[in-house]
Design a protein around this ligand. Structure first.
Ligand SMILES: [Zn+2]
Ligand SMILES: [Zn+2]
Length: 178
């Protein structure tokens, strides 16, 4: 995923497009092939701007019912690269308070896009994946996936909010009895 930017380095405002449609493996998520990446690299003087989108289908496990499901993720990319020899960057590096700031760099007119692609994918992933917004989850008594129908248990906890409230009630009850 390395791009030679010698051409656009010659004139301010010059740009080139990077298009990638192929498999991509990253540790954090199971991406279904192919991933679609369309990025525009622009010479903005001291920086190279990288903007565009990353689109892919990935497999998730629902946090409510535990079923696998596929979902289309669209990540917007908006990053900047500084040349490694750039004075601005050298100042950044000397400043301890900015040490942890993640700045993307390049050298020899070669920009490696892999790391920004990986980071932008991770940011776009759902924190609490749900197979659907109204996923009914599992019955707490028998474990049946309630999206597939009712189970017949007496205490069905359909709504996760109600479920939490019920658990609290139950704990209080148990404490009383103890
Ligand atoms: Zn679910
Ligand atoms: Zn049940």
């Amino acid at each position: 995923m390395k791009v030679d930017i010698s051409e656009i380095k010659r004139s301010l405002g010059a740009h080139l497009n990077y298009i990638y449609e192929d498999t991509l493996e990253i540790e954090e998520v199971l991406i279904k092939k192919p991933v679609y990446i369309n990025l525009k690299l622009t010479n903005a003087g001291s920086r190279i701007l990288v903007e565009g989108i990353i689109k892919f289908n990935a497999e998730f496990i629902c946090s409510s019912c535990g079923e696998k499901y596929d979902y289309l993720i669209e990540a917007k990319v908006n990053e900047e690269f500084l040349e490694e020899s750039n004075l601005e960057l050298i100042n950044f590096k000397n400043d301890l308070s900015l040490k942890d700031l993640s700045i993307f760099t390049y050298s020899d007119n070669l920009i490696d896009l892999y790391e920004i692609i990986r980071q932008n994918i991770i940011i776009a992933l759902p924190l609490k994946p749900l197979c659907r917004l109204d996923c009914l989850g599992l019955c707490l008594s028998c474990g049946k996936n309630l999206n597939q129908g009712q189970c017949g248990c007496k205490n069905e906890f359909i709504n996760p909010v109600m479920d939490k409230a019920f658990k609290k009630m139950k704990i209080r009850k148990e404490k009383k009895n103890a």
